[in-house]
Design a binder for this molecule. Structure first.
Ligand code: DP6
Length: 320
């Protein structure tokens, strides 16, 4: 009744931002991501009939309220599949800053779905597991798989791996280690309700996602970078047009964007993407990663070089 799983965060190269009006947390825009190898969430789930409720320890602190409620909701699905009512103790740890736009909900819920189903001996294929993760957090549907991964907008969508071997580097430039103030879930609801550009964003996003996908299949880094940067900036344009404006950027975010442009002007194929937070992630060739880090580091509190990572996996018992 106990299992440990590891999952990597992912960064969307074509962004999911907004939800459809159907049950089960289905995206309004298709997304394509890359798994961030080198960053990980490790989650242990132990079902225990002695517990009077689910318990969550997140990075060494006991969590309650909204984070625990989201975890319990996923566990309820697993309990229903397993046909038992035991509560669980969940211990989860990220080796990167939590809730700061570094996609911890993606790796967190992918690791939770993997660990909880293993602990309950519920056997789901990867696409079914991806749906469980999606209902908790849509970006988590993608972290079930490794490499480049697409998530559509169909009812009860599951992510699918693109199965393309395209070694790129992703330089994560963190500008603060503090938690962000507007969650993605709240931010996208606000954007949809108040941004006059929301409709345009939803209409345009499938074209950009198709371009991102085609660039990955063609292993064309400049083409991928151009489309990925456009996806991120269009999403942020939609956010900025909300009322009140949703401004996730810090001064350092803009500094970093200029540094990436300067690198490009010097002939380095480096392209920026930004999620619902102030951090900048730069897609480049592995051979250019050190040069990109040198250029970004003065404007960042921390830089991390990620490579294309693997799928969420259960650890053997002796390692958990
Ligand atoms: C900007 O997956 O965190 O990172 O489904 O409400 O949990 P919920 O949202 P979440 O949103 C991610 C938004 C994004 C873009 C992306 O990862 O595609």
């Amino acid at each position: 009744m106990k299992a440990t799983a590891v999952a990597h965060p992912n960064v969307a190269l074509a962004k999911y931002w907004g939800k459809r009006d159907v049950p089960g947390n289905v995206p309004a825009t298709p997304s394509v991501s890359v798994s961030l190898g080198g960053l990980e969430t490790r989650t242990t789930v132990a079902f225990d009939e002695a517990l009077g409720g689910d318990e969550l320890e997140l990075n060494g602190s006991i969590a309650s309220g909204e984070p625990l409620a989201r975890v319990s909701k996923l566990l309820d699905e697993v309990r229903a599949l397993a046909g038992h009512r035991r509560f669980a103790r969940v211990v989860t740890r990220n080796d990167f800053p939590t809730a700061s736009g570094l996609a911890s909900s993606a790796s967190g819920f992918a690791a939770l779905a993997r660990a909880a189903t293993a602990a309950a001996a519920v056997h789901l294929d990867d696409r079914a597991l991806s749906r469980v993760a999606r209902r908790a957090s849509a970006s988590a549907a993608r972290s079930v798989f490794g490499g480049f991964v697409a998530l559509g907008t169909e009812d009860d969508a599951a992510a699918e791996p693109l199965e393309v071997d395209f070694p790129i580097a992703i330089v994560v430039a963190a500008v603060t280690l503090a938690a962000k103030d507007t969650s993605s879930t709240a931010g996208m609801a606000h954007c949809r309700a108040t941004s006059p550009y929301y409709g345009a964003w939803v209409d345009d996003a499938p074209k950009v996602a198709a371009e991102v996908r085609a660039a990955i299949v063609a292993r064309d880094l400049p083409r991928l970078g151009r489309a990925a940067e456009a996806s991120a900036l269009r999403m942020h344009a939609c956010m900025l047009a909300s009322d009140p404006a949703l401004l996730y950027w810090a001064p350092a975010t803009i500094d970093l964007l200029h540094r990436v442009r300067a690198l490009r002007a010097e002939g380095v194929s480096a392209w920026a993407t930004i999620d619902a937070g102030p951090h900048v992630k730069v897609v480049c060739a592995p051979a250019d990663a050190a040069r990109v880090v040198d250029r970004l580091a003065p404007a960042a509190v921390r830089t991390i070089v990620a490579h294309v990572g693997g799928a969420a996996r259960v650890l053997p018992e002796e390692a958990s």
